[in-house]
Design a protein around this ligand. Structure first.
Ligand code: FE2
Length: 427
């Protein structure tokens, strides 16, 4: 048989387990030490000893902009740190974009993500470009990397649909070319009316071409930016529900509490997903505030308590909007727990769930995801024994397996401490 993992810890289960895979599918899961177990190492071609560490389904990157990754400072740095300066700089950089340029930067980022166990990635591709260069490049890349990572591409109108020349035509063309999801950016359209109209248009196109929807929605510190209610109502009325995602929704931080309470109910009933991007939004938001400065992150904790599916994204890796970024999803989750005040005992494991199973729901992975017999043998073995450990240390991923095939292995760094004491050098 193909692959056996021994001594693996599983989420929410006591004891250690053996997991077997054949032809890329999980075929058996049994407790360690079970009498007469057929899962004997010498019957398997490849054996991985998990050494008691946590085995999880792969990390899910719910929101990243691969086409702009690794362009920070080119053509200039974002000195104000605002979203708006970032959009202006990107519009300048976009003029020199070529397919090779996009792929040469995006592929190493995808490899870096996969090496850390991020095997499902939703990227946005800017379609405010008459040539659709980034979209074409990322669609090609999506197909080229299919044997080791699953990529979804959102057609994202960065400059607006109605506020950009032929915005609607470009968006529709992107869907015809094979984009997986329709995007929109209602808070950046010229008027509120245009913002509303852009959402109706995006939903119409998604229905026409049978696509998912992922809207950059209310990414602003304006408490009057209320487009997520329109998106949720459209998702409810059209029946598109969980096929719809609202990304960022940072204005929710600034909403009046009475309005937020009403909105939560609608979001829950609509079934839409919310994606928060804590690293980038704690950096971009609050830039127009004097002290006290708002945190500007969407209401992750309250949304989860309401039963809404919330997952997380890195958003940017060293681009006009964000100078940092490593692709470590545990770092993203750790920031979410900090900013969201989610440090109660029962809340900390939510950090891991938001970058695994919740992300899988956002991407609509269904039975293609999870640790169960009959599902793809795609999983990771962390360098940690439980979600708290992962959230505290944000460790590397020891093993990454894609459809039964080990594709990456990382040995945790070992430090030898040498300190001077009164007794001399100790090692
Ligand atoms: Fe984004």
């Amino acid at each position: 048989m193909d692959l056996l993992v021994t001594r693996a810890k599983l989420m929410d289960r006591d004891g250690l387990f053996r997991i077997a895979a054949e032809n890329g599918i999980i075929t058996d899961i049994r407790p360690e030490g079970e009498a007469d177990s057929p899962l004997l190492p010498d019957r398997f071609r490849t054996v991985i000893d998990a050494e008691g560490q946590l085995l999880l389904p792969p990390y899910v990157e719910s929101h990243i902009h691969l086409e702009s990754a690794m362009t920070a400072g080119d053509p200039r740095w974002n000195e104000s740190g605002t979203l708006f300066e970032g959009i202006r700089i990107w519009a300048e950089r976009q003029r020199t974009l070529t397919k090779a340029d996009v792929k040469d930067r995006a592929l190493p980022v995808l490899k870096n993500l996969a090496s850390q166990g991020v095997l499902h990635v939703r990227t946005h591709a800017d379609v405010s470009d008459p040539k659709l260069t980034a979209l074409e490049a990322l669609l090609e890349l999506r197909d080229e990397v299919r044997s080791w990572v699953n990529v979804q591409v959102v057609a994202f109108p960065q400059q607006g649909i109605l506020s950009f020349p032929n915005g609607e035509g470009l968006l529709e063309e992107a869907l015809k070319m094979g984009a997986d999801a329709v995007g929109a950016i209602p808070h950046y359209e010229w008027t509120r009316e245009d913002g509303i109209a852009s959402l109706h248009l995006a939903v119409r196109l998604a229905e026409k071409y049978d696509k998912l929807i992922d809207v950059h929605c209310d990414e602003i510190d304006d408490g009057q930016s209320r487009f997520v209610e329109t998106l949720a109502a459209l998702a409810l009325r059209t029946g598109m529900r969980e096929r719809v995602t609202a990304s960022h929704t940072t204005a929710m931080h600034s909403y009046d509490n009475a309005y937020a309470a009403k909105l939560m109910r609608l979001i829950r009933e609509s079934g839409i997903n919310i994606v928060a991007n804590p690293l980038v939004n704690i950096h971009l938001q609050g830039r127009f505030d004097a002290y006290p400065k708002r945190r500007g992150l969407t209401r992750i904790r309250e949304l989860l308590q309401e039963g809404v599916n919330v997952s997380l994204g890195t958003d940017c890796i060293s681009d006009p909007w964000y100078p940092f970024g490593t692709g470590n999803m545990l770092h993203v989750a750790n920031m979410a727990l900090h900013v969201g005040h989610m440090t109660a005992r029962g809340e900390i494991p939510q950090g891991v769930r938001m970058v695994t199973e919740n992300g899988a729901r956002t991407l609509g992975l269904g039975d293609d995801y999870g640790i169960a017999t009959g599902r793809p043998a795609s999983f990771i073995i962390a360098d940690g024994t439980d979600p708290w450990d992962l959230m505290r240390r944000m460790p590397v991923t020891r093993h990454v397996v894609w459809k039964g095939r080990p594709i990456a292995r990382t040995r945790p760094a070992r430090t030898e401490l040498c300190v001077e004491s009164a007794a001399g050098l100790m090692t």
